[in-house]
Design a protein around this ligand. Structure first.
Ligand code: GLN
Length: 284
């Protein structure tokens, strides 16, 4: 079987949306052969070894079963960098890049910034902030030891490990009182328990721990908001990714938690959905 034939066979097996099926098939061939897209374009006639055909077909079967391609490839792009991902972590989404962009836009790089990423998962937010702000230190918190292991691996690969403190904890519950941050950024579980998808939905392959926001989807954020204002520096920023149907309610909870010192607003994501709640602890 040649590269072109493999892509054609895989695309057909993945069906439905022809364009994304072809893209996935191409990525999976490239992954099995450890070749770039450019190499495959130039080498459509190259013949795959039997062992590679078998590995490729296994990968196509997984994808056809709904598994996110990031888990099959073992990595995903986020804010221009590559992050290893396993089924122990949520696959970082493009809309989450906006939490990073907003934080960077708020804080220029000329001082020793202190950031905190709550529910770090693969470390996408924490490590990107560290990479983009070379004097920053970042506390990366997660309740999952397996997730922190993935994040630590990514930190080493991105050479930011010495500026990251990993903590196996629930939200900010165990944080020392005197720890304050310029920004606390969180993409906590916010899917209502009753709305969690089942197979073959791609999110059903992701850790429930990273998605399940409880009965109304706001449980984890309620817990975060109990402590977050105490850990924000003057003018500190709190950014929370939320379900678009819940951002209004989350903004109200945030305003109440703030107790009047500062402001709260909702930002739209790139798709125009009201997904990010921004809180700023600005004294009047
Ligand atoms: N954006 C994810 C989804 O819709 C949810 C992420 C989360 O709960 N933090 O599947």
């Amino acid at each position: 079987m040649t590269v072109d034939e493999a892509i054609a066979e895989g695309s057909a097996a993945l069906g439905n949306d022809a364009e994304s099926a072809r893209r996935d098939a191409r990525l999976l061939v490239g992954n099995v052969l450890a070749r770039t897209a450019a190499w495959m374009l130039a080498n459509g006639d190259a013949v795959l070894a039997d062992v590679d055909v078998a590995r490729y077909r296994a990968a196509i079967r997984r994808r056809a079963g709904g598994e996110p391609i990031a888990y099959i490839l073992g990595h995903v792009g986020f804010y221009g960098r590559t992050f290893a991902v396993t089924p122990d972590v949520l696959v970082p989404r493009p809309e989450t890049e906006q939490l990073v962009a907003r934080t960077l836009e708020t804080f220029a790089g000329d001082r020793a910034l202190r950031f905190c990423d709550v529910g770090t998962g693969s470390g996408a937010i924490a490590l990107t902030l560290a990479a983009e702000r070379p004097r920053a230190s970042v506390v990366a918190i997660d309740v999952s030891a397996a997730a922190l292991a993935v994040a630590a691996r990514n930190a080493a690969a991105l050479r930011v490990g010495e500026r990251i403190t990993f903590r196996l904890e629930d939200a900010l519950e165990n944080l020392e009182r005197d720890m304050v941050f310029d920004a606390i950024v969180a993409n906590l579980p916010y899917v209502r328990s009753s709305a969690l998808a089942s197979k073959p939905d791609p999110t059903s392959f992701e850790p429930r721990l990273a998605l399940d926001g409880g009965r109304d989807g706001l449980g984890p954020y309620r817990k975060l908001l109990r402590r977050a204002p105490d850990h924000l520096a003057r003018n500190g920023l709190l950014l929370m990714e939320a379900g678009p149907d819940k951002s209004e309610e989350l903004a109200e909870l945030a305003l109440r938690a703030l107790g009047g010192v500062g402001w709260v607003r909702i930002l739209r994501d790139y798709a125009g959905l009201r997904r990010i709640v921004e809180l700023r602890a600005t004294p009047g």
